[in-house]
Design a protein around this ligand. Structure first.
Ligand code: SAM
Length: 265
């Protein structure tokens, strides 16, 4: 591939450390009958291996030049990889899915859009049997944080209601070119077959999270005052005097259900 300059606005930090690439692939463990989707293939550091080791591969790359270069690569032609030149942030992942079979997703994600991208992926969680992502270390800390800690927030709870999230390992910035200013972590998300929040409860749950973590240090009754009364919070079995940031995911699920009941009743 030609040596195109890395584009900062697309969060381009290309993996070049063979040991790290190997470790990522071992964690993913692709199988020859599996359908993979990769976000941001870049110059193909992970893609080439996925193409050779999986049954079917769709990749989504926003950078026109990189997408064009990939199309020329011999291994892309041989393995019949489908390259979608598109923005993953508004990509319809359902358009890739074959009825009745799930897909696996992997990506060394552009760090500048990682949080909105994770929220977008959550909308499609039921299409994927697992999701492996490389992210900024702090984002993975937020994804796996415990209640009451600084990193615990809307992202943590939104993910925990639909996926099991596991941090696998850290990766130093030297594994990338150009080296990013931040450290990275590799993580695995396994969507639950029965999420804690049903589809019909989703809007109410999201509204509770937005309000609760918008005023995370306030007492719950105060933070949620536009949505739920003190009585309604108590009816959900939650103490209205605690701070939102100390509550476990199950409490947010109960509050979302209370709000849903209220709005449909
Ligand atoms: N996977 C490659 C690797 O590990 O070397 C590249 C990773 S680089 C951190 C992120 C990649 O995502 C780049 O190729 C970049 O062009 C692409 N990208 C950035 N924003 C994107 C978006 N919104 N949709 C799809 N791809 C995007």
């Amino acid at each position: 591939m030609t040596n195109q300059r890395a584009r900062k606005r697309f969060g381009q930090n290309f993996l070049h450390d063979k040991g790290v690439i190997q470790r990522i692939l071992e964690s993913i463990g692709p199988g020859h009958d599996e359908h993979f989707v990769e976000i941001g293939p870049g110059r193909g550091a992970i893609t080439e291996h996925l193409a050779k080791q999986s049954g079917k591969l769709d990749v989504i790359e926003i950078d026109r030049e990189l997408a064009a270069e990939l199309r020329e690569a011999q291994w892309v032609i041989e393995a019949d990889v489908k390259i979608h030149m598109a923005d993953a942030l508004n990509f319809d992942f359902a358009s890739l899915s074959d009825v009745g079979s799930s897909m696996r997703l992997a990506g060394n994600l552009p760090y500048n859009i990682s949080t909105p991208l994770l929220f977008h992926l959550l909308d499609f969680h039921n299409l994927f049997s697992d999701i492996h992502v490389m992210l900024q270390k702090e984002v993975v800390q937020r994804m796996t944080a415990s209640p009451g800690t600084k990193s615990y927030g809307r992202l943590t709870v939104a993910l925990a209601a639909r996926c099991q999230v596991e941090k696998l390992f850290n990766i130093g910035s030297g594994a990338f070119s150009p080296a990013p200013k931040v450290e990275s972590s590799f993580a695995r998300l396994i969507p639950m077959t029965k999420p804690l929040v049903s589809e019909s409860e989703q809007t109410a749950f999201d509204a509770v999270l937005r309000e609760a973590f918008g005023k995370r240090r306030k007492q719950l009754a105060n933070a949620l005052q536009t949505l739920l009364s003190t009585d309604a919070i108590e009816a959900a079995g939650i103490d209205p005097l605690v701070r939102a940031e100390t509550l476990p995911v199950t409490a947010f699920v109960a509050l979302g259900q209370q709000l849903q009941k209220q709005s449909s009743g």
